[in-house]
Ligand binder design. Structure first.
Ligand SMILES: [Zn+2]
Length: 388
């Protein structure tokens, strides 16, 4: 079993090109992780994802814990064996969905008490429990449980929440280390991936001093890598960029930096410019199902009547299966008819656009022309199809 490792192979300004090794393979960074909520990316198969060049998927602990259950998945040998996806998985802690989906949730020092959005059953998600569930799922990267604060929050509330997240991070790390030391306290969960890494999460809302302190104290606890959480929750994008700008210098150079839940293609380019290595976001897949395509000329809403007899591909600059075989007219028809192929074809294109953008970013860093790539990328998108 290969242990987790990371190395930066090239830099250009603050942008980094690197390689992350996990028990289920290598990931070239900066990388985008498609979101596979239920152990599958909605609308596309694992075969599609491999042909698009996806190297790592994100899956949601909250959903898999409630259904089919982490015990059932552990008995099948873990998430890789259960789903047939043989490349790396990252799992979130479940916290974000508890905060956004669960009913009647209350948070106290112990953890998050909530009721399932599926059947109303009562559950308690603690830092230890989130660690155990992810050990049973056997993802390559597990996340600590953090407190997700609503935006906007005043500074006092943000500090309290940051302090609690730090205490939870210590508990999650202690549990993670106890699981890898088999002499721990039974009954232990089934560890289906002994090479799993655990990432800490920097919080602090939109307060720079809190972000600094959270980063410093999370690094003191010591994780395989670090994520920046609590952004892309409704704050203006320049505030988000400022927080990322502020956080990355506080994180170790030799560890990956993951910006959680972000974002638009423009956000990805701006975050890479500030030293981010890993991303996930539901935008390309969710928007695809709603008929919105990300293209080299901006966003295209396929339901728009102007595409009814438009024989051009959705993005003339794209080489994906959808753009090679489908016209805008056909895609609009599929969308209007509620045909399941609409979701699949749109998702294939949007994921290709995101993954290809990351490929172009990585190449630009290697050839030390990231700044010109960044400028041209924004110029191209600013000539947008005014299509909203
Ligand atoms: Zn395409």
């Amino acid at each position: 079993m290969t242990a987790f490792s990371f190395s930066v192979t090239h830099t250009d300004g603050r942008a980094r090109r690197g390689r992350m090794s996990t028990p289920h393979g290598e990931v070239d960074t900066p990388a985008f992780m498609p979101v596979g909520t239920q152990g599958a990316v909605k609308g596309v198969t694992h075969r599609d994802l491999e042909s698009l060049g996806a190297e790592i998927l994100l899956s949601n602990t909250y959903h898999l814990y409630l259904r089919p259950g982490d015990d059932l998945i552990a008995r099948r040998g873990g998430l890789h064996a259960f789903t047939g996806w043989s490349k790396p998985f990252l799992t979130d802690s479940g916290g974000y969905q508890v905060f956004s989906l669960a009913a009647r949730r209350t948070i106290d020092e112990e953890g998050a008490h909530f009721r399932s959005h599926l059947d109303g059953s009562a559950h308690l998600l603690t830092p230890e429990k989130a660690t155990d569930i992810q050990a049973q799922l056997g993802s390559d990267i597990a996340m600590v449980l953090d407190e997700c604060l609503a935006h906007p929050a005043d500074e006092a509330a943000a500090r309290q929440s940051m302090e609690r997240t730090l205490r939870w991070a210590q508990r999650a790390r202690a549990r993670f280390l106890a699981l890898s030391d088999k002499s721990g306290h039974p009954p232990l969960p089934i560890v289906t991936n002994p090479g799993q890494a655990q990432f800490g999460i920097v919080q602090g809302s939109i307060y720079p001093d809190l972000r600094d302190e959270s980063a410093r104290r999370t690094v003191e606890i010591g994780f395989e890598a670090y994520a920046i959480g609590g952004l892309s929750v409704g704050e203006p994008s320049d505030v988000m960029y400022d927080m990322v700008d502020r956080s990355t210098p506080c994180l170790p150079e030799g560890r990956p930096r993951y910006l959680m839940g972000t974002g638009t293609p423009e956000d990805l380019v701006e975050a890479v410019a500030r030293g981010i290595d890993l991303f996930d976001c539901v935008l390309p897949t969710r928007n695809a199902r709603n008929g919105q395509l990300f293209t080299s000329e901006g966003r295209l809403n396929i339901k728009n009547a102007r595409y009814a007899e438009d024989d051009r591909p959705p993005d003339p600059a794209c080489g994906c299966y959808t753009c090679r075989t489908c016209s805008r007219a056909y895609l609009r028809h599929l969308y209007m008819a509620g045909e399941i192929n609409s979701s699949t074809l749109n998702t294939l294109h949007n994921l290709n656009f995101y993954l290809d953008t990351l490929r172009r970013i990585r190449d630009a860093i290697v050839f030390r022309r990231f700044e010109s790539f960044r400028r041209e990328f924004h110029q191209s998108l600013s000539r947008q199809l005014q299509d909203q």
